[in-house]
Design a protein around this ligand. Sequence first.
Ligand code: HAM
Length: 467
Amino acid sequence: MPRKKIAKEEEKRVETKLKTKKTKASNLYEDDIEELMILQPVKGMRDILPGEQPYWQKVRKVLEESANNYGFARIDTPTVEFENLFERSIGEESDLIKKETYSFKTKGKEKVILRPEITTSIMRAYIQHGMSVLPKPVKLFSVGKVYRYDQVEEGRYREFRQGNFEIIGENDPVLDAQIIQMTYIILKNLGIKNIQFQVNSVGNPEAQKSYIKVLKNYFNSKKGRLGCSYKDVIEKNPLKIFDSKDEKCIEICSQAPKIIDHLDKESRDHFKSLLEYLDELELPYVINPTLVRGLDYYNRTVFEIYSTDEEGKRHALGGGGRYDYLAENLDGEFTPAIGLGLGMDRLVLEMKRLKAKEYQMPRPRVFLAQLGDLAKKKSLKIFAEIEKAGILVAESFGRGALKSQLIQATKLGVDVTLIIGQKEAIDGTIILKDMLTGTQETIIKEKIVIELKKHLKNSMKVTKSKK
Ligand code: HAM
């Protein structure tokens, strides 16, 4: 019998049995299950069958290769953690903790939780394993399952997979820009189109507190129109009102004070710098002044990534932001950080929708090393230009010493390393170092792509003749 038919028959069998018991699968007790032996996963969880695996392979491969190119080291943390870890990080009052967790007591009476996200676990591991002594920033990458007792629909599951990229230990806005740029490259490499970033700044915790007060006053003044169901929300978490789909509420929100007008000076400067980088990189972004995200740990930069389908429906593929105070909240020392979480199930859905082809990721042939602030600023754009020309390029923005950057270039086995120091950034030049012969030449910035292509063609010939 064909597979689909067998599956349908099994579904029918379960349905008939349930009807006779006048109950729903989600309301079953242990005894019912034992008796019934339901051959289907728990609601919101699913099997990923062999037919779908090539898409997953591709997603994993692109994420892993990007992690490699951008200097992220892999970390795996347990799926089960102590419950209070997430209460501290995400916030006891957040919907995620109050309504969407899978938490339970073990036989040993420990209160545990199936992780509802990965960033907190990574920060827990960072503190616990004394990673603060490592050269900053510490870049960590993780993929794994996440559990949320969410409303189930297409693209929204209770067990799903995330790819996480965390840059820990620095607060330079160039890293915020880089993580957004990297996301863009990942999505492009997966063949995903119509990408839009939404960005905002939520300031430091003090600014957030005073903004919440202003917002409470505003919503209280509109209580008559909002209705009494909002009374509690205004007091406990007025930011949640921004998520409402109710038309009247949306209109009231559109007139609400914006957090961006209540930022502290440092956060304002940080955000301005980020926007300058994003402009320089010509990334498709809009500022969404009501974007605050549902996790309590964010400060300053927050962002989300959407793609839009033919019917104009938007799909949230990922999100992230700064969480400079998370380490402190977990009893560690103050450690600025920024990160990204990509919903892998959603990436696969999007690829299937667009019928994206399987991607073969080659090794990077060029490494971009930079020294000094000005050089870093110039490097972001040059990086994007080289990528755009179809040359796979790696870098290590945020890593200070040239020596450690060159070690990374050697590890990656690139043919060419480009070096931009303070002098080159001012002169508008770039040093091109052939990694095979060790020779160096200085090239005008505007000619870098042409010269690189020539050089890589020659080095390909040399490698072939050596074989
Ligand atoms: P998040 O926005 O809660 O962020 O989740 C990231 C992505 O996971 C979402 O954009 C979406 O693609 C996917 N996702 C969320 N819920 C579901 C669901 N029920 N079913 C399928 N996919 C889902 C975080 O989790 C942060 N930890 C991200 C981060 C990393 N911030 C800093 N570093």
